[in-house]
Design a protein around this ligand. Structure first.
Ligand SMILES: *Cc1c(COP(=O)(O)O)cnc(C)c1O
Length: 375
């Protein structure tokens, strides 16, 4: 048996839509497929505007520009996240301020956010780990009381909800990823979702090299020119065409992922009862998208042995983030608030299992191997 950790799923329509983009002769960004994808996101998520980008990292960079950070301003985020959450803001001269995560969802611990706020704090970035929502009502309330902006890192969160609201619809802005390791993919890809209507116009300009090109195409100005800072953040139409094939199947993809997830979850229940491991915990108000199935093993040594043993059986599992506060750049650019005990602990104990469409055929064997490796 050889089971890769990830295998990008194709719906079968990708090449057909790419051939349509090719035939149309419009290959740059913002053609018909980009339009379809952004309209789909706007309806699905209920955001004011969805702008496709070439990655979630790019969407976070635009978001960072839109927050008008000054060098030395502070941005509160978990340390247990991907580097781009921090990097996008560090590029603007901001200082990441790391807060510990909750032991249940592994999301930022909302009860520790206020301790991290200083007069220089400008932004909070909740990262919805594994597509499970952060405690958004509390976070939005803190932000309102302290006059802070909220940028949701919803890279893993498409099709998930919190109290019935889609992830990405609650902060001032949010970023999605369509990287091939995510649920809905285009190889590399992402989107910036804007909920605060005051930010829409400027977001369009930053994404279009700092020009008012979008206004020009809508006939709002009679020539387009350089009006702001910015860069080129658009995906071309070939990528958008691929993405459209995936969006059309988003419900079916999510359902199939959830089936695999639930299977894993049921089969590991008795291992949790005998304290061999801990399974993911889902707050009642969160509906998730089965982005990830992870296990928390008793220690780093257990995890290393578990990954090695499964590897010899042909099952590829991986650990996740090295906490940013203990990384070289996290040290020099950021600071942590509190002891980061949960972050350090999870950084050593978490292991991710394969979860991709097509795994169904080998699932029983994979589960069997996981169960014996966890004994
Ligand atoms: C995947 C991911 C990103 C980066 O996404 P890209 O599209 O690869 O730039 C950012 N944040 C989190 C939490 C992610 O999981």
């Amino acid at each position: 048996m050889q089971v890769p950790f990830n295998k990008p799923y194709m719906t079968g329509k990708e090449l057909w839509y790419i051939s349509q983009a090719h035939a149309s002769g419009h290959l740059a960004g913002d053609g018909q497929f980009t339009q379809k994808c952004s309209t789909w996101l706007e309806h699905r998520i209920g955001c004011k505007r969805a702008l496709l980008t070439h990655s979630c990292t790019a969407a976070l960079e635009i978001a960072a520009m839109l927050t008008d950070l000054q060098p030395g301003d502070e941005v509160i985020m978990p340390s247990y996240t991907f580097v781009s959450t921090a990097n996008a803001f560090v590029l603007r001269g901001a200082r990441p301020v790391f807060v510990d995560i909750r032991p249940d969802t592994l999301n930022i611990d909302e009860s520790k956010i206020e301790d991290a706020i200083t007069p220089r704090t400008k932004v909070i970035i909740p990262v919805h780990y594994a597509g499970v929502s952060c405690e958004m009502d509390t976070i939005m309330d803190i932000a309102r009381r302290h006059n802070l902006m909220v940028v949701e890192d919803a890279a893993q969160g498409i099709m998930s909800t919190y109290k019935g609201r889609p992830l990405g619809s609650m902060g001032h802005m949010a970023a999605l990823s369509f990287h091939e390791t995510k649920n809905i993919i285009s190889g590399e890809g992402g989107a910036l979702l804007i909920n605060d209507p005051r930010l829409v116009e400027r977001a369009e300009m930053i994404r279009e090299k700092g020009t008012n090109r979008s206004q020009f195409f809508r006939g709002q100005v009679d020539k387009y020119t350089w009006v702001d800072i910015g860069s080129s953040y658009l995906p071309g139409e070939i990528v958008a065409a691929f993405l459209w094939a995936q969006m059309e199947e988003a419900e079916a993809i999510t359902k199939r992922r959830l089936d695999i997830w639930s299977n894993y979850h049921q089969w590991y229940a008795s291992l949790e009862r005998s304290e061999k491991l801990r399974r993911p915990t889902m707050p009642r108000e969160c509906v998730h998208n089965a982005h990830m199935y992870y296990l928390l093993l008793p220690s780093l040594a257990h995890r290393t042995a578990f990954i090695d043993r499964l590897k010899t059986k042909g099952v590829n599992t991986v650990f996740h983030y090295i906490p940013l506060h203990s990384s070289p750049l996290g040290h020099t650019t950021g600071r942590s608030v509190g002891d980061m005990a949960n972050t350090n602990n999870v950084g050593e104990r978490l292991v991710r299992l394969p979860l991709w469409l097509g795994l169904e055929e080998q699932l029983a064997d994979v589960i069997g191997e996981v169960v014996s490796a966890a004994q």
